[in-house]
Design a protein around this ligand. Structure first.
Ligand SMILES: C[C@H]1O[C@H](OP(=O)(O)OP(=O)(O)OC[C@H]2O[C@@H](n3cnc4c(=O)[nH]c(N)nc43)[C@H](O)[C@@H]2O)[C@@H](O)[C@@H](O)C1=O
Length: 356
């Protein structure tokens, strides 16, 4: 029997890490993830796929480490001997990056460099070819230079997070060009799901709707409602990450839906889905404003479509419906929705995977 391929994921406990782990396990990989030690459990997104490592069927293994700790990264590489590495770990909240810029840049920018350096030495010493995926972000485009944004659009980052992602992007390109590393940058536009962190705007809205209907919340405080984002479904996006590492040549790709919507559009659709009017609940709070905003993001995924055969499978309306339904179900609230616009069969199918 041939050995399974081994993949290593930083950020495995996050939204994307959990979906990517599921995908790789389905494909027969042995999956290793780096987790940070915290005082409370932080593995709820992967608990359903975790099997005790003493069990001979275990295929998912977790290792304590941190992108700010280069020694441990090296040690984990030696131990795991992965052939694919997905760097998804980050302090990924843009607003928070203004409050904690040094930490954000250390984890996102220097963290990527530490990992690349560890890979370079590991590959040189062992002769094992490693394929590296770097989680780039549409935030790197920042202030609008071109619409829609594509691989060749110049970056104009507008936050400490985005500056660090630009640094990590170019380091990844440099390791590809300097050392021949098989390294790809995925420039992913916003991607959401029921597993999205509760403080990102989409999940904040859908969670608030469920709490309002459950009688646990009266108001929803938000910042700028005018910015526009190209929102896709996270499960589609992790498929693109994997595809990038299966190509003959390492390249960079924009992953997006090529549709953009404002926060107001999201509010309209989400509240309307449960027959509520968001104007009755939403209040402004300046604490959610950013010192510099990214006004408009819309990505052109033509290259990914052509070279990877990748396309998004989920519409904006389906995504909103799925997220509202999942939050309602988490609180045990019966869905009041009667909206034919949303594909109920799709929602049922997706909720079965984790939200049964
Ligand atoms: C691709 C990219 O995607 C994400 O970054 P983001 O676009 O900043 O995501 P978000 O959901 O925090 O904000 C979206 C928009 O919504 C506005 N907004 C209004 N009111 C609130 C509010 O109350 N909270 C939040 N969070 N945003 C608000 C906010 O000002 C912004 O214009 C991360 O995954 C990042 O890691 C990443 O790489």
């Amino acid at each position: 029997m041939t050995e399974p391929k081994r993949a290593l994921i930083t950020g495995i406990t996050g939204q994307d890490g959990s979906y990517l782990s599921e995908l790789l396990l389905q494909k027969g990989y042995e999956v290793h993830g780096i987790i940070r030690r915290t005082s409370t459990f932080n593995t709820d997104r992967i608990d359903h796929i975790y099997v005790d490592p003493h069990n001979e069927n275990a295929k998912l293994f977790l290792h304590y480490g941190d992108l700010t700790d280069g020694t441990t990264l090296r040690r984990i590489l030696e131990e795991v001997k992965p052939v694919e590495i997905y760097n998804l770990g980050a302090q990924s909240h843009v607003r928070v990056s203004f409050d904690s810029p040094e930490y954000t840049v250390d984890a996102v920018g220097m963290g990527t460099l530490r990992l690349l350096e560890a890979i370079r030495d590991y590959q040189h010493r062992t002769g094992i070819e490693v394929r590296f995926y770097q989680a780039g972000s549409s935030e790197m485009f920042g202030k609008v230079q071109e619409i829609p944004q594509k691989e060749t659009t110049p970056f104009y980052p507008r936050s400490p997070y985005a500056c660090a992602k630009v640094y990590a992007h170019w380091q990844t390109v440099n390791y590809r060009e300097s050392y021949g590393l098989f390294a790809c940058n995925g420039i992913l536009f916003n991607h959401e799901s029921p597993r999205r962190g509760e403080t990102f705007v989409t999940r904040k809205i859908t969670r608030a709707i469920a709490r309002i209907l459950a009688g646990q919340q009266k108001k929803l405080y938000l910042g700028n409602l005018d910015s526009k984002r190209d929102w896709g479904y996270a499960k589609d996006y992790v498929r693109a990450m994997w595809l990038m590492l299966q190509q003959d040549e390492p390249e960079d790709y924009v992953i997006a839906t090529n549709e953009t919507h404002s926060i107001r559009d999201f509010l309209d659709l989400a509240f309307n889905y449960v027959n509520l009017d968001w104007h009755d609940f939403v209040e402004f709070d300046e604490r959610y404003l950013r010192p510099a905003e990214v006004d408009l993001l819309i990505g052109d995924p033509a290259k990914a479509k052509q070279k990877l055969g990748w396309e998004p499978s989920v519409t904006f309306a389906q995504l909103v419906g799925l997220m509202v339904e999942a939050d309602l179900q988490a609180l045990g609230v019966e869905s009041p929705s009667d909206k034919p616009i949303l594909d109920r069969a799709f929602i049922r199918q997706e909720m079965g995977s984790r939200f049964d």
